[in-house]
Design a protein around this ligand. Structure first.
Ligand SMILES: [Zn+2]
Ligand SMILES: [Zn+2]
Length: 718
């Protein structure tokens, strides 16, 4: 009675300890008959295996190897190896859970019987690691830092992909390692007549199959299956103390052909490998014939942090109360911890709490790792929560009725302003002729700028930057100028807006919705209003301009992100001239870079002069006074170019203000010539000029920039 190999596999599957075949014939072979002799015996002998001989004999693997003759076949029986799809026993990259056996053609002569085994022994460690890592990464949706994806690392792509595919690659040290090529093989004089068994085509097939696997463990398994290590039979050197203990027997096979033994040179040349690779693979072959998987970096003896410690860290991090970002809560689940806190400080607090509890704290790196990978916390208090009035309200214990009322109005206006801006944004996104934008002046930038302490103690050249953020398309514009070109008042702001609006009007913008904070000197004043009057009255494309003011204390808008991007970009830069600031701003954002314009003298317009054409800014048609410091929105439209609409609350309707009220000669905006603000630059104060000279004299400013600083216009006397 006998069983076929397929049945045998089932036997293997069901047994927890694999049953191995003990073939009585093995004994003779063990005694030392050669590989070829062995094959010959088997070729002649019966193919099927007596079932009675099935027994658990773990140590007979060697005999197994020889008993079923050419190695590929023997391995087929008890090795977990390669899917049938592959011709010479190498499969496409391995999935550890799905490993099957190669064709059993050569020795048995039966059709390629194969079967799939669910493998647990190939590399349990790998699977376990991968799964556990996957689990943690999928549990954390978004963390403070990007999670490392080692598979995509260049060096791993090089090593794991190119190298294992036998392709050319550059090693870490920069050395170019050539592509693997099949070599010529042994000469015609070879005793084994290798070339007769394997013609060029067959060799190519084997070579291709071997390298296309692209997986080191499979390749080693292939080698282990085709190379047999046996004890040396006779000493040829004559020396007693020869250290050589083993001989290697090589064979190759292709589908539908009998495996036949080949010489070493032929084997190595056909696969395009060197002998070290063979020795390495054989060393890794364990008693069952399975090559132990590559263990580099997988020894699992790495120091592991106990789960209880990790839990402690998480609990500690969670004990802080983060605030949600009001400003961009829709886009992100990022949370903020107070600015006064830092990771270092948090770790110290953690150490303290461990001391109190009598536990050993983890290393700081562990704490950081968990903080960065599992939490999405940032250290920053959104400015939204820094409103003076809100703080005052919160901190007042006995709240008067007036305060309550004022606070409610404040909150309502805040909400309405936000809503108003949100609506404008949505409309701008869907209709290209609506341009919704917010603008703000950045904090003063300095020339020179850099982390040199002397820079702190000297006055520097100021550079101003007005940023406009287009909410419709997410683009940012920066308008930069230095203090010798212009100040930063209403005229300057209006001049920048003039450029922004005319530019966008020429590109199809018709309806402009602007948002800003309430600064009277810069944004909410008659001169900026004059600009709008001029625009709707003189430029055909512009239908209306609305400028809404965000609620005091809650004026944060997208400009802050432009400003912080520029600050971030400048953090490590050394900047000496206003042009260099422009360059920094231009490159501050990689994706959608900011458009940066250097404002020159001619770009600044004197809107204060133009405002003289307007007679009335202060009384509505209904006879009410316009309170400029309380205005929440102003609007100008082409339909009535000489009417300004004003709102004192976002919830009110607009009130009309006739700009030409009781004026005899009504001026049309179209007739107005825009006067340039000034024809010569402004002067630096003598003190500032002196400070800059000192920085030049000390060579804290490099000589290349001395002419620029020396040429700055300045006052002579202090
Ligand atoms: Zn040969
Ligand atoms: Zn507030």
């Amino acid at each position: 009675m006998s069983i076929q190999l397929t049945e045998l596999s089932e036997e293997l599957l069901t047994c927890s300890t694999p049953k191995r075949l003990a073939d009585p014939r093995c004994n003779e072979h063990l005694a030392g008959s050669s590989f070829e002799a062995c094959s010959a015996t088997l070729a002649a002998s019966s193919v099927s295996v007596p079932v009675t001989t099935l027994a658990t004999v773990p140590s007979v693997s060697t005999c197994m190897m020889t008993s079923l003759s050419p190695p590929p076949v023997t391995s087929a029986v008890h090795d977990i190896s390669l899917p049938v799809s592959s011709k010479s026993g190498i499969s496409p990259p391995l999935t550890t859970s799905d490993v099957s056996l190669p064709p059993v053609t050569s020795a048995t002569g039966t059709s390629a019987a194969s079967f799939v085994m669910t493998d647990t022994s190939v590399s349990p460690l790998t699977t376990a690691t991968v799964t556990s890592e996957n689990n943690t990464s999928s549990a954390v949706i978004k963390s403070r830092k990007r999670l490392r994806d080692e598979c995509k690392w260049k060096r791993n792509v090089r090593k794991k992909v190119l190298k294992n595919l036998g392709k050319e690659y550059t090693s870490i040290s920069g050395k170019v390692v050539c592509e693997k090529k099949m070599r010529t093989g042994c000469s015609e004089n070879c005793k084994r007549k290798c070339h007769e068994s394997f013609d060029c085509e067959k060799r190519n097939e084997i070579f291709e199959q071997f390298w296309s696997a692209g997986e080191i463990n499979q390749q080693r398994q292939f080698i282990a299956d085709h190379v047999q290590r046996i004890a040396t039979k006779r000493k040829t050197t004559g020396k007693e103390a020869s250290s050589r203990k083993f001989s290697f027997l090589y064979c190759l096979s292709v589908e539908n052909c009998q495996a036949s033994s080949v010489c070493k040179k032929f084997f190595l040349d056909t696969l395009g490998i060197k002998e070290d690779v063979v020795y390495g693979a054989c060393k890794k072959k364990c008693s069952g014939g399975v090559v132990t998987s590559d263990q580099r970096g997988r020894h699992m003896k790495q120091r592991r942090v106990a789960d209880s410690i990790k839990r402690g860290i998480r609990q500690h991090i969670e004990s802080f109360t983060p605030v949600e970002s009001h400003y961009c809560r829709k886009q992100t689940d990022r949370k903020y911890l107070p600015e006064s806190l830092s990771l270092r400080k948090m770790y110290r607090l953690y150490q303290d709490s461990c001391k109190e509890q009598g536990t050993t704290p983890a290393m700081e790196s562990t704490y950081r790792k968990i903080f960065n990978r599992e939490f999405n916390y940032y250290f920053f208090t959104p400015k939204k929560d820094q409103c003076d009035f809100c703080t005052q309200y919160r901190n007042t214990s006995s709240k008067s009725e007036d305060l309550e009322r004022a606070y409610q109005v404040h909150c309502a206006e805040k909400e309405m302003a936000r809503q108003c801006k949100e609506n404008a944004k949505m409309r701008a996104k869907s209709e290209p002729e609506i341009i919704a934008a917010c603008f703000d002046l950045q904090q003063v930038l300095n020339c020179p700028h850099g982390d040199i302490s002397s820079f702190c103690y000297h006055r520097k050249l100021s550079v101003y930057n007005l940023t406009v953020y287009n909410m419709g398309n997410g683009f940012g514009s920066c308008y930069l100028w230095s203090e010798v070109i212009a100040c930063r008042g209403a005229n300057e702001v209006a001049s920048c807006l003039f450029r922004f609006i005319t530019e966008h009007a020429s590109q199809g913008g018709k309806i402009f919705e602007l948002f800003s904070d309430n600064c009277g000197g810069q944004n909410r004043n008659r001169f900026v209003a004059t600009l709008y009057w001029f625009l709707v009255g003189s430029i055909d494309a512009i239908e209306s301009v609305t400028h809404s003011f965000l609620e005091v204390g809650h004026t944060q808008n997208e400009n802050d992100s432009i400003h912080s991007a520029i600050e971030r970009a400048a953090r490590k830069a050394k900047i000496y001239t206003p042009e260099q600031w422009s360059a920094v701003a231009r490159t501050a954002r990689q994706n959608k870079p900011y458009s940066v314009q250097d404002m020159q003298l001619v770009d600044f317009i004197n809107f204060k002069e133009v405002a003289k054409e307007i007679r009335n800014f202060d009384v509505t048609d209904a006879g009410c006074k316009v309170n400029w410091s309380k205005l929440r929105s102003i609007r100008f439209s082409k339909a009535e170019p000489n009417i300004m609409l004003v709102k004192h609350s976002h919830g009110d309707d607009y009130a009309r203000v006739d700009l030409m009220r009781r004026k005899r000669n009504v001026t049309s905006a179209a007739d107005v010539q825009l006067p340039q603000l000034r024809t010569t630059g402004l002067h630096l104060s003598a003190a500032k000029y002196k400070d800059l000279s000192v920085l030049c004299a000390k060579y804290l400013i490099p000589p290349a920039y001395h002419p620029f600083f020396q040429a700055l216009p300045h006052d002579d006397t202090a």
